[in-house]
Write a new protein. Structure first.
Length: 327
């Protein structure tokens, strides 16, 4: 069996890369140059190993050259080659079957214009926890000095133990229209007292007839068991509501996900003191009030702009053949 060549490992590619490295070696200051303990063959071996396995560790790269140099030399060499490591994007697990369904969905709705997308009502549930929503902070203060400054120097996260939290449901369209941010409470009759198909049935029965009073409206929800339960599907048919077929594991295709991130950041900005409040009913009430206040203060442009991203999302799904998008 003929082994396929790694990308960019052809002789002409190597020649170009060697020329770049030689130029950098001649123009770079002496300090920081990679020790010349590695032969050109070693350097090619490292380059080809990276092209074959982009997730390869520096330790494994050292093995490729029989530990002739230290890890720091490998780091400098890869930077001279113009190669750097990036954090892998965090995305849901997809199988080829999932990707095929996502691609089929995108091809179905590819012809939709921005005006068509305004007819779609995007819905979802989210759980909001006190202190949640902090974005990763960057600083010019080095790590050792951050430790000296204690609570003022580091970004502190709440413990993963049980915190005050509340599940909400909301829905919006780019027309623009939106519901309020509606708290969801568990079913007292259920074994685990959680959100059940009966809770969703009652919610939809109260909200959707008024919300979707336009016969051209299309309702979107995901494939959670509480959404696909027989009593919920029967209700949607009874209400004569058109429901969008939804591909599995596709939060990147629902623009309301972007609203959740924005909402949680706004809650923390409005009431940072919630982080330090005790886990009790009063704190829960404050969290619910703050979340609903933050939702009502999201501007109409947020909803319109997010709905307008749908043609781009669809094209990305098609471009990546049903696999993950940048959203």
């Amino acid at each position: 069996m003929v082994r396929s060549q790694p990308p960019n490992s052809r002789p002409q590619d190597r020649a170009v890369r060697s020329a770049v490295l030689d130029l950098r070696t001649k123009t770079a200051p002496c300090r920081g140059l990679t020790p010349r303990k590695l032969s050109e063959e070693d350097r090619d071996r490292i380059y080809d190993a990276i092209q074959s396995n982009p997730s390869i560790t520096r330790e494994d790269l050292l093995k490729e050259v029989d530990y002739k140099v230290k890890t720091s030399s490998i780091w400098r060499l890869t930077h001279e080659m113009g190669l750097r490591k990036w954090r892998k994007m965090d995305r849901p697990y997809l199988t080829p079957e999932h990707a095929a369904k996502r691609l089929s969905w995108a091809l179905t709705y590819r012809h939709y214009t921005p005006e068509d997308w305004k007819r779609v009502f995007w819905s979802d549930e989210t759980t909001i926890e006190r202190g949640q929503g902090a974005r990763k902070e960057w600083t010019f203060v080095p790590p050792w000095k951050q430790l000296q400054e204690r609570s003022h120097g580091v970004q502190m996260s709440l413990s993963k133990s049980k915190q005050i939290k509340q599940m909400f449901w909301a829905c919006f369209a780019g027309s623009p229209r939106k519901t309020g941010l509606i708290p969801l409470y568990g079913d007292p009759k259920a074994d685990k007292k959680g959100i059940t198909k009966e809770v969703i049935h009652d919610l939809y029965q109260r909200i959707l007839p008024t919300l979707l009073d336009n016969e051209d409206a299309i309702f979107q929800h995901d494939n959670a068991p509480t959404h696909t339960a027989l009593i919920v599907r029967a209700l949607l048919r009874e209400l004569n509501i058109t429901v969008m077929d939804w591909p599995p594991y596709s939060p990147d295709l629902n623009p309301i996900e972007n609203l959740w991130a924005l909402l949680k950041a706004d809650i923390l900005k409005i009431r940072p003191d919630l982080r330090d409040m005790p886990n009790n009913e009063e704190t829960l009430a404050e969290l619910v009030d703050t979340a609903q206040f933050a939702w009502e203060n999201l501007t109409i442009r947020h909803f319109v702009n997010l709905a307008e991203t749908m043609p781009h999302r669809v094209e990305e799904v098609i471009r990546y053949e049903g696999w993950h998008t940048s959203y």
